[in-house]
Design a protein around this ligand. Structure first.
Ligand code: SF4
Length: 759
């Protein structure tokens, strides 16, 4: 019998079960054990056994640097409440609204409840029918083996990004793709241009812990929105403010912190490097720089001074849209503070000049000696806690057959590399492309822990690829997302509460254990189990595919305490000097902060200025790192950053979240709205020029307010197309392009120009 997934769920008894759980968890504290037993250490229970009721320490595995410690209380095997761990220094008892809504997500009636096979056409409205795990594995294995025999494992691509993180989420897949010698996916969608930008001047991209914000006398939030992406950082910022610190914000968007800041600079998007030139000029002109620090710890100061002299304040004001008096006030507040801390966000570098802008910002810290002391430094991200895991063990790269040729594709160019072999590109190339070069054809893709039809740039191009008849697609997910409508087989994964995990943070200095708090729901399995069982179905008998999740975690752990101690302590931290970089020895060639970088390690110093490069996506200086003429002709820059209630596209479908904020809204500055005859609440059409397709038009509701500067419009990122309440089945990443950043092949979501008009 064929049925679509929704009608299947409605007809299942599991719906009634789940609905009752939803009601229980929402409405009645009476159902919660008053003093539940605390289980220490968390008991690891084989899947076939039950899990005792208690309070379990779990860790939020989403793509969020806070990586909260979440205490899950269970009763009769059901999670009945979730709260933040009061003993963790960062979580401090409070998850964000997404963490609070985990019960609604885990027990959602919309979860994929058993393996499904597509029986109708691909795309929105696709029809699936149930299939047993055994049959699904056998059919998938048969098709993948066929592809390997004819085209090699290199024709099979893993696609995962920004879903569940941690060892249990990735191990099975990594071992599987290593064993079949699948194509490597370079997952550089998030922060890679910034890695290179930071490294170009400081030699590294790690920095102080966010907990040190509390000690600063001047906190600078540069190109980030803490309320959306690191809500726990606000606690430390507020602590600093309570102790007399000033809070400075640089952001074209009016973030909640910008609204409360002592100084908010609102530059035209893409002009931050020029703004750094202005601030640096003021610091030197007013003798606010630290000459002793510069002499001892920096290189090429003269080159910096010469570069700054190339700009007048009038030019800087015109380019950035920020007046001299505004950035003068900023420069004084920053340079005159006893210690100052800069947090650089990831949004700023998701544009064609992203790496160059991030490279420029630490200049002001180096000029004022705000590095290597308490409450000072530059924070981009911190990956040191990942050093407590043996990634080589978990990934088992030794499984790759000797001599296997494995190519690499960029996750940002998925739209280009999934295209048919005879696809004619605008630049004359034919077939799949990655990194601007022809790429070997892809015959199969397995999507897990991700939703490319919502989160990746240029989703119309991706859809073209996903519609290929000869592309074999397997999807593993909790929910039938926009992407899952295209797969041939749909496999239900287990939620994070249904499996143990080890998770590192990329902001704070903590690596954590996450306990399995409840049994697997429905007929789901954790990703690692799915990939292990699929490997066996394909005929691989390596012992690595027999290892249980708990054994993998134990064998992967290499922290400062034993794994058994970790189960009691719940987290461990890497050993990092405090204050960060206190020895003032930098991992650059010279060992000093390098104002001028001609190493050609991070960018082409012949093409870009090696001191501070002020080129923008709209400028005409660099043909391959600028916009096309068609894009430049569009009237507005589009920014599409994160909303506090989503983690990429996750939670968009959770009832506790959906409908509580305007996901499908475009924010327009009042003066721009006036010029276009647009009023608040009007239906509008947003148009962009996109690679590989005719102009794209998306329907939105206009919100008229000063969210961004004049000439810039703003749409929250990564809503699902199928959830667009105006029924247009559209979403913002149909507008964004899949070009790569100036450094390290990052994404360029914010280098998008659009027109806007009444519908
Ligand atoms: S999304 Fe981030 S802030 Fe929210 S619960 Fe998870 S780790 Fe914490």
């Amino acid at each position: 019998m064929a049925m679509n997934r929704r009608s299947f769920i409605k007809g299942s008894s599991a719906f009634a079960f789940s609905a009752s759980i939803m009601g229980c968890s929402n409405s009645s504290d009476d159902d919660i054990v008053e003093e539940p037993p605390v289980v220490e250490p968390p008991i690891e229970v084989p899947p076939e056994e039950s899990i005792p009721d208690g309070v379990y320490h779990t860790t939020c595995p989403r793509n969020c640097g806070d990586r909260c410690s979440l205490m899950v209380t269970t009763k009769d095997g059901v999670a009945v409440s979730i709260t933040g761990d009061t003993t963790h220094p960062v979580t401090a008892g409070t998850p964000c609204v997404k963490g609070h809504s985990y019960l609604q997500s885990v027990y959602s009636p919309d979860r994929i409840q058993q393996p499904m096979k597509r029986v109708g056409p691909r795309g929105p409205g696709a029809t699936f029918e149930p299939i047993s795990w055994e049959d699904a594995y056998a059919q998938i294995a048969s098709r993948l083996n066929e592809i390997i025999n004819t085209d090699g494992g290199n024709a099979i691509v893993p696609y995962s990004y920004s879903g569940y993180s941690g060892i249990s989420a990735g191990t099975g897949a990594n071992r599987f793709f290593n064993r079949i010698a699948g194509r490597n996916l370079q997952r550089n969608i998030c922060a890679s241009a910034g890695y290179s930008g930071m490294s170009s001047i400081l030699g590294e991209f790690n920095g102080p812990s966010p907990e040190d914000y509390a000690n600063t006398k001047c906190f600078v939030s540069w190109g980030t929105n803490e309320q959306a992406t690191n809500i726990h950082h606000l606690k430390f910022i507020n602590e600093a403010r309570d102790n007399g610190a000033k809070v400075l914000v640089v952001n074209p968007a009016r973030t909640p912190l910008a609204s409360q800041a002592d100084i908010w600079l609102q530059p035209t998007p893409g002009t931050d490097a020029t703004l750094v030139v202005g601030i640096s000029k003021i610091i030197i002109e007013e003798n606010l720089h630290d000459t002793a620090f510069i002499a001892a710890n920096t290189q090429d100061y003269d080159a910096l001074v010469a570069r700054l002299a190339e700009f007048t304040h009038e030019e800087i004001e015109l380019e950035t849209g920020v007046s001299k008096s505004e950035y003068q006030e900023f420069a004084r507040a920053y340079a005159q503070a006893d210690c100052a801390m800069i947090r650089i966000g990831y949004g700023i570098q998701r544009t064609l000049n992203g790496g160059r802008m991030v490279k420029a910002i630490p200049t002001i810290a180096a000029l004022t000696g705000n590095i290597g002391k308490v409450g000072a430094g530059v924070v981009y991200l911190n990956v040191m806690s990942g050093g407590l895991f043996d990634w080589g063990y978990s990934g088992a790269s030794h499984l790759t057959p000797e001599g296997a040729e494995r190519g690499t594709v960029s996750i940002n160019e998925i739209g280009k590399f999934l295209l048919p072999e005879d696809y004619q590109h605008e630049n004359g190339l034919v077939g799949p492309i990655s990194y601007g070069e022809p790429s070997d054809p892809i015959k199969a893709m397995i999507v897990y822990s991700s939703n490319p039809m919502a989160i990746a740039p240029n989703t119309d191009l991706i859809e073209k690829g996903l519609m290929r008849d000869d592309l074999f697609l397997v999807g593993i997910d909790l929910f039938q997302t926009d992407t899952m409508d295209y797969v041939d087989y749909l496999l239900p994964t287990s939620s994070y509460m249904e499996q143990s995990n080890l998770i590192d943070s990329y902001q704070c200095y903590y690596a954590k254990h996450s306990a399995k708090a409840i049994m697997q729901l429905h007929d789901s399995k954790p990703d690692t189990v799915i990939f292990n069982e699929l490997a066996k179905a394909m005929g691989f008998d390596d012992v690595e595919f027999d290892e249980s999740i708990d054994d993998i975690l134990r064998n992967t752990w290499k922290g400062n305490i034993s794994y058994d101690e970790l189960l009691v302590q719940k987290w461990d931290s890497p050993i990092v000097d405090y204050p960060y970089r206190k020895d003032l020895v930098f991992p650059t060639t010279s060992g000093k902060i390098e104002f001028k970088d001609t190493s050609n390690k991070y960018f082409d110093s012949e093409k870009f200025n090696p001191v501070i490069d002020t080129g923008t996506p709209e400028s005409n200086e660099y043909d391959d790192k600028g916009m096309t003429d068609a894009e430049k002709a569009r009237e507005f820059r589009l920014l599409s950053p994160a909303h506090a209630k989503l983690s990429n596209s996750q939670w968009a479908n959770v009832k506790y979240i959906a409908g509580t904020f305007p996901q499908h809204t475009v924010y327009v500055h009042p003066s721009d709205a006036g010029a276009k005859g647009i009023s608040d609440g009007d239906e509008v059409i947003v148009t962009a020029s996109r690679y590989g397709s005719a102009d794209v038009q998306i329907q939105y509701v206009a919100r008229v307010e000063e969210m961004t500067p004049k000439g810039t419009v703003f749409i929250w990122k990564n809503a699902w197309k199928k959830l667009n309440e105006n029924g247009s089945n559209t979403s913002v990443n149909q507008l964004t392009n899949c070009d790569l950043t100036d450094m390290n092949y990052g994404s360029t979501f914010h280098a998008t120009r659009v027109d806007i008009a009444l519908a």
